[in-house]
Design a protein around this ligand. Structure first.
Ligand code: EPZ
Length: 434
């Protein structure tokens, strides 16, 4: 429940990157023994991945952002449907398990709010490394002796496929080249962890990554990079409210295109070491077009928050979504708050300068949920956000961090239910009551 109108200002610490931590947890499966990860965000997806590695037989401790993963007891190689369906990133255990144990059985991920998300690149890459890949009864079964290095050219620089194949290739015999590899900072982070485990990898962060397979890896210790998506979300929170927010604990370089778009809109941006500050007056923001692309292009995970900012700017912006087909699903909810946005295929035209007014809205997915919260911060009156369990999948203490910047936001009612039945706190009228 948000009451719009507060200017957000102050500094906020960025948590560890969700999309790195999840893969690092999977990578820990590659070596027998105890790996230690620092700066792990305490979010639902991390808890789900913990459940998965524990289901496989690992022992995990987690406190104050430090996680230990003891893989000595790993005996199962099966990722059950219940966990894969809850979190698609569960499929990232495929590469490590087949590389170390010669076997992985992983439930096929089903439908997803972002549209059909196939795993064909993961599977064809594993086949090229010599694995036998079959599917039956809703599961993918991957078997191999020692994998054999190969040259794999990805049709598209898929983040997940690049990661799965790298984690498979590190223990393969001979050299693997992943061409048209994803270049996301989270890939570089994963490669650093793998190298500290004893892997031999060159070219991380470029589109051609070479891996020379080794016989075994050792457990290692690693600190997860800051979450560039969370950082971007808080910077927008400062900018849309006419406030002044500084995020601490992220590499500004990971946000290059995003920050240049903020500047093009008229937001003031200052980079200082591992801190970025954004401030400005929404009355002077102007429309800007952008298109999502694999890194270093504009991150699809910041598309929804950016649309909220553009709906405050004067003029019309064209937003093109090139990564996921269904990522404009939240637009209807934003329109309920008063935004003027038209979607046609993978383009959205955002007619800015409209005043938003609070209403009850529902989160369709994680990033869209965060974007709706941002909209609530500027909408006049109260905005009730339902299905906030999506937000808790990926943002650590989101409401508390927003409150620390001055937002008037309260968690009311359970976030895990699809029918949260959120109740207004005393004095706050629910949508139905207004
Ligand atoms: C990762 O998803 C992230 N998830 C996503 O973040 C992020 O949006 C995405 O990368 C792009 O940056 C995690 O890291 C856990 P892809 P991933 O494979 O790996 C198609 C969030 O909100 N494709 O790069 O699944 C696919 O359908 C999430 O934090 C195939 O066709 O993304 C999509 O259109 C959402 N076949 C495109 O490629 C395949 O085998 C990019 O997917 C694999 C992918």
């Amino acid at each position: 429940m948000i009451r719009g109108g507060a200017r957000l200002s102050g500094q906020v610490a960025v948590s560890g990157a969700k999309n790195s931590a999840l893969k690092l947890m999977a990578a820990a499966l590659l070596a027998p023994g105890v790996s230690i990860l620092h700066n792990v965000p305490d979010i639902q997806d991390v808890r789900t991945m913990r459940e998965l590695v524990e289901h496989l037989g690992a022992r995990v401790t987690f406190s104050d952002g430090t996680m230990t993963i003891d893989t000595v007891g790993v005996q199962s190689h099966v990722a059950p449907y219940e966990l894969v369906q809850r979190m698609r990133a569960s499929i990232q255990i495929m590469g490590p398990l087949v590389a170390r144990f010669g076997h992985a059985r992983v439930a096929m991920p089903g439908g997803c709010n972002l549209g059909p998300r196939k795993i064909d690149f993961h599977l064809s890459g594993l086949r090229q490394l010599g694995a036998d890949v079959r599917s039956d009864h809703g599961f993918v079964e991957v078997r191999a002796g020692r994998l054999r290095g190969s040259t794999i050219v990805l049709d598209y620089p898929s983040v997940g496929a690049t990661e799965n194949l790298l984690m498979a290739a590190v223990l393969a015999e001979g050299e693997t080249v992943v061409d048209n590899a994803a270049r996301e900072p989270e890939i570089v982070d994963l490669c650093k962890f793998l190298v500290s485990m004893g892997a031999i990898i060159e070219g991380a962060g470029t589109s051609e990554i070479t891996v020379r397979g080794v016989l075994a890896l050792q457990p290692a210790e690693h600190t997860v990079i800051g979450d560039r998506i969370e950082a971007g979300t808080f910077l927008i929170a400062g900018a849309i409210t006419g406030g002044d927010v500084e995020v601490d604990g992220v590499s500004p370089h990971h946000l290059d295109i995003f920050l240049s778009k903020l500047r093009a809109i008229g937001v003031q941006v200052q980079e200082n070491g591992r801190r970025v500050r954004a401030w400005g007056d929404p009355a002077y923001y102007s429309a800007t077009d952008f298109a999502t692309l694999p890194y270093p292009g504009f991150a699809t995970d910041l598309q929804a928050p950016m649309i909220v900012l553009l709906s405050m700017a004067q003029g019309s912006s064209i937003v093109t979504e090139n990564v996921f087909v269904n990522r404009f699903g939240f637009v209807d909810e934003l329109v309920r708050l008063g935004a003027d946005i038209k979607v046609s295929g993978h383009h959205a035209v955002v007619n800015g300068g409209r005043a938003l007014t609070g209403a009850t809205v529902r989160c369709p997915d994680l990033r869209a949920g965060a974007a709706l919260v941002l909209a609530g911060l500027v909408a006049q009156g109260y905005t009730e956000i339902r299905d906030t369990f999506h937000i808790h999948r990926g943002y650590e203490r989101f409401d508390a961090k927003l409150r620390s910047l001055g937002a008037d936001v309260e968690r009311v009612g359970p976030s895990h239910s699809h029918n949260s039945g959120a109740r207004a706190p005393l004095g706050i009228a629910s949508d139905a009551e207004r």
